[in-house]
Write a protein that binds this ligand. Structure first.
Ligand SMILES: Nc1nc2c(ncn2[C@@H]2O[C@H](COP(=O)(O)OP(=O)(O)OP(=O)(O)O)[C@@H](O)[C@H]2O)c(=O)[nH]1
Ligand SMILES: [Mg+2]
Ligand SMILES: [Zn+2]
Ligand SMILES: [Zn+2]
Length: 385
């Protein structure tokens, strides 16, 4: 029975079980009035955004039609009789976009040690995807719920792009409960006369680095990692080079820890490599003296340039060996069936006094890990040179 994974609570939901939410009263007709949705409130940790028309189960098909029947796209609210197309997870009551229900997207997870640049990368990557890169790639990026839109504006876009301030350190989930930003990235592939939409679900948990350490990993986070179809690790090259202090903040330890969680979540025994593609990106490369492939601006972002990809991978690998971090490269080779090494800069310049540098935000190669994953998932073509 085909099923999907809820990108909010990561429950496995058979498509027949996907619930509906009443459309309420958008102006005309007697729709249901908003009321407290306790499941959603429990998930978000706040009752404020959980006053909505009710969720109800899918319509029961007649028994003789049950087998092989596509799940309903619409249902009639049993309380007010209106038809609704809004679907919701039966477990956590978060909205499930129609495109996601039809072609279950891939879940991409993003992790990194404290101060590795996660929040800044998320802010800039999403901005790029909805502007330049999105246009070049021919993708559309759509937030899957209103909270995602509000939080992106308030916590990422406004401070960084509006006020040009650096983002504050992310508070630990132990004190501030957090749910992910969920986006659907859709790309239409045209091949001769046929065209097909494919989508990728970007589930971005902006974690506090310290929460990935050990006992503090939340249950929701464990399920997130268990459900991920691909993972992006962010690594601060300065931390890797100097390796000062806190072993819990050490990038290699964080990667090893998360890798163990991935194994446990997917039941992959030691000795077998994980089938989840891992993109490992050095962040803040504007702060490194660079030459070679990493300095060149890639020419196109509507295809994966394999020559560029190989050159960058080899250059980052050489850097790791120079920094006595060859262990990380070997570790990835043992643990992952496919991994790629990257170098990115979200800001494109060194910040000063808590603010973006005078040149503004000039992102550099931030899309590379994503292009590689799109290619791996068959959503992007390859090219040479
Ligand atoms: N030079 C340079 N510095 C950066 C870049 N991105 C982030 N930084 C620096 O790294 C610091 C931490 O970045 P964050 O994005 O807050 O890192 P984080 O991983 O979210 O940190 P926690 O939330 O504490 O785990 C920033 O305050 C900047 O000083 C970049 O592209 N270039
Ligand atoms: Mg952060
Ligand atoms: Zn759910
Ligand atoms: Zn209703």
């Amino acid at each position: 029975m085909p099923s999907i994974t809820c990108p909010y609570c990561f429950a496995t939901v058979e498509r027949e079980r996907i619930a509906f939410r009443c459309a309420g009263s958008p102006g005309r007709g007697p729709g249901c009035t908003p009321r407290l949705d306790e499941r959603l409130a429990a998930y978000t940790g706040s009752a404020a955004a959980a006053s909505l028309p009710p969720v109800f189960g899918p319509p029961e098909p007649p028994a003789r039609l049950r087998i092989g029947r596509a799940p309903a796209r619409r249902a009639v609210c049993p309380e007010c009789g209106q038809t609704t197309a809004r679907r919701a997870c039966p477990e956590c009551h978060n909205p499930l976009p129609a495109a996601y229900c039809e072609t279950p997207g891939k879940i991409v997870a993003l992790v990194g040690a404290k101060n590795s640049g996660k929040s800044t990368y998320i802010a800039v990557l999403l901005h790029e995807l909805s502007h330049r890169i999105g246009a070049e790639l021919g993708t559309s990026l759509v937030a899957c719920d209103d909270r995602t839109i509000e939080r992106y504006k308030r916590d990422f876009h406004r401070p960084l792009f509006g006020e040009r301030r650096l983002l504050p350190a992310t508070a630990s989930a132990v004190t501030t409960p957090r749910d992910p930003l969920v986006y659907l990235l859709t790309r239409t592939r045209r091949r001769r006369l046929r065209q097909r939409d494919m989508s990728l679900t970007l589930v971005l948990f902006d974690t506090a680095g310290e929460d990935l350490r050990s006992r503090d990993v939340t249950d929701l986070h464990l399920r997130y990692l268990a459900a991920a179809d691909a993972i992006i690790f962010l690594v601060d090259p300065v931390e890797l080079k100097t390796g000062n202090g806190d072993p819990d903040g050490d990038p290699v330890n964080v990667i090893a820890r998360v890798t163990e969680l991935l194994r446990a979540g997917r039941d992959v025994p030691h000795g077998r490599r994980l089938p989840v593609p891992a993109a490992v990106a050095l962040t803040k490369i504007d702060a490194l003296p660079l030459d070679g492939a990493l300095r060149r601006h890639p020419e196109r972002s509507d295809v994966l340039d394999l020559d560029d990809r190989e050159a960058v991978h080899e250059q980052v690998r050489a850097l790791l060996h120079d920094w006595q971090a060859g262990e990380l490269d070997r570790y990835l080779g043992h643990e992952y069936a496919e991994y790629g090494l990257f170098g990115v800069s979200a800001l494109g310049g060194v910040p000063r006094d808590g603010a973006v540098g005078t040149g503004g935000i000039r992102p550099y190669r931030v899309e590379d890990p994503l292009l590689w994953l799109l290619y791996r998932f068959g959503m992007l073509d390859e090219a040479r040179g």
